[in-house]
Every structure is written in C-alpha cells, then in structure tokens.
Design a protein. Structure first.
Length: 302
C-alpha cells in the first residue's frame, strides 16, 4: 500500500485508520469537511485535505489530484440515533457510487468501505459472512447493504478490488458522547451517578485501535465482499459496564436496571471474524486494557 486516501478522516473510525495506515509507511491523504484540529493524527506522511465530499464532482477531483493506490471510505451520516432513518443515507450511497467510478477512472488498486453489522438480520446466532441472512431492519442498514452490493457488482463487472469491513461495536477515544461507554466514562470522570438498563444483551465490543488495524489489514489483503471486523467475543453490556466501574474504583456510581430495556434490542449480536483473521490480523487490546485507556482519555477531557 503506497498511497492511501481516507474519507471521513475526522470520524471515530476514520481518524484511527489514518494513524494505522501511516504506521505501515504509506502516504496517507486524510479527507474531512473541515481543516484538521490539534487532536487529529499528524506527522510525516499524513496530509490533510478539506473538502465537501457531497459536491457532485468531488470524488473525481480528489482522486485525480492525489492518485491513491488504495482508498478507505468511512464518510457517512453518523448523528447518533438519527442516522438509523436519516434521508442523508441516500446521499452517501450515491457518493459511494461516484467514488467507485472515480477509482475506476484513476487506476486505484483497491477500495474498502466501512460497513455495518446492521446489514444483517439480527438473531440468536453468530453472524457470518455469506451464511447469515442479509435482511436489515433499518433504513441505515438497507443503505449500507446496498452500498456493499454495489461494490460487489463493480468488482464483478470491472475488476476493481473492493471489500466492505462490517463493523460491530468499536469503543475508545473520540467515540460519540451519546453512546454507552463514553456516557459511563464521563459520569465517572465527573463523579456522578450513571443510569443504565439491565444490560442483559450480548454485544461484540472491540477497541477502536484493533478495529482500525483490522481495516488496514483488509486494505492490504485481496479479500473481497463483506468481511466482519469484530472481536467475536460475546460480552454482556452489564458486565462491561460493571468492569468499567471496578476499574474506576467507584462502582457504586453505576445503576444497572435503573432504565427500562428497549423492547426491540437484539439479545445477541456477535460477529465471526474468521475471514479477517486469514489476513494475519488479530485483536491485541484486551478488554481490561482498552477500558482503562478509554476511561483515562475521558478523564483528561472532562
């Protein structure tokens, strides 16, 4: 991988892929709507570009100027809660098609997009690529799946090497503040109580640095189609929250069961990572270490 372009480079996943890509020795071109701030990856080999990607000719303009060998596409609508049904999902689906066309026109070797576990039908068994049903229950999941299938069709018809890294549950620095672990960390940092549901749901959590390393491994591989980027380790949300409370030394601040469970929450949402492991990638950050790092990061900022 000689020259990598990253869209959505200010986002939770994108910024960590920028850092992980640069660590391989690649020249990384990071694209975001606004100029980079001081909390974004900087250093030799990282070049930032400010651009509105939804401007119709932007993909062709960027790729013609940068001439990347590889592209990681993470830009999408991400407003917490709202993204499940936001009309902007359509805009990013259309952008993905224009980006794929620009990759064909400029000789890009490989295009990998950030997908989602929401592309599957959520059920009681471990979700596996090519086996588990792809029947999204949300508009967001339907648009992400349409994007995956578009890339598959481009590969079949035109030979562009593409893949979709289906993300399960990343956590760590810069995660959206409305999500469960940032909320818990902020309450701990302030010394205030935090209210949760029962937490009787199994989820597939992985530190975002491992997630980013998985995306870079996928970029450097020849795998095509959907590839789960997951820990494959089922953990109850309540157990994760309790572990964080113990690490903080103030577990009494957490109130499990103080909020009702959402009736539509899947009890079990875990992904197989066997395909991604064929690249040589493996998660390196255990839960204890990841939670400590995440709590320390939030404590420095609250």
């Amino acid at each position: 991988m000689k020259r990598l372009l990253v869209t959505g480079a200010r986002g939770f996943v994108g910024r960590h892929v920028v850092a992980a890509g640069a660590a391989t020795g690649a020249e990384v071109h990071a694209v975001a709507r606004a100029a980079p701030g001081k909390d974004l990856p900087q250093g030799e080999g990282i070049i930032w570009h400010a651009a509105d990607l939804l401007t119709p000719d932007q993909p062709q303009t960027l790729l013609a100027a940068i001439r990347p060998s590889h592209v990681f596409h993470a830009a999408w609508v991400t407003e917490h809660g709202a993204y499940w049904s936001a009309p902007e999902n359509l805009d990013w689906l259309a952008f993905g098609a224009r980006l794929a066309r620009a990759c064909l026109e400029t000789g890009v070797m490989r295009l990998v997009a950030a997908g989602s576990c929401a592309e599957y039908a959520w059920g009681a068994s471990t979700l596996e690529e090519g086996i588990s049903a792809e029947a999204p229950a949300t508009f967001y999941g339907q648009m992400k799946l349409a994007h995956t299938r578009m890339l598959d069709a481009v590969t079949a018809a035109h030979g562009l090497s593409t893949a979709t890294g289906r993300i399960f549950f990343g956590y760590g620095p810069h995660e959206n503040t409305a999500r469960i672990l940032p909320y818990a960390c902020q309450q701990l940092a302030k010394g205030e109580e935090a209210a949760f549901s029962t937490g009787d749901f199994y989820r597939d959590f992985m530190h975002v640095e491992d997630l980013a390393a998985g995306m870079v491994a996928l970029l450097q591989s020849d795998l095509t189609g959907a590839v789960n980027v997951s820990s494959a380790a089922p953990l109850k949300l309540g157990e994760i929250v309790s572990r964080l409370g113990e690490i903080s030394g103030t577990p009494d601040l957490f109130r499990l069961g103080a909020r009702p469970d959402r009736p539509d929450d899947a009890v079990y949402l875990i992904g197989s990572n066997a395909r991604l492991r064929t690249t040589g990638w493996t998660p390196c950050i255990d839960l204890e270490t990841g939670l400590r790092r995440t709590l320390d990061w939030w404590r420095d900022r609250v």
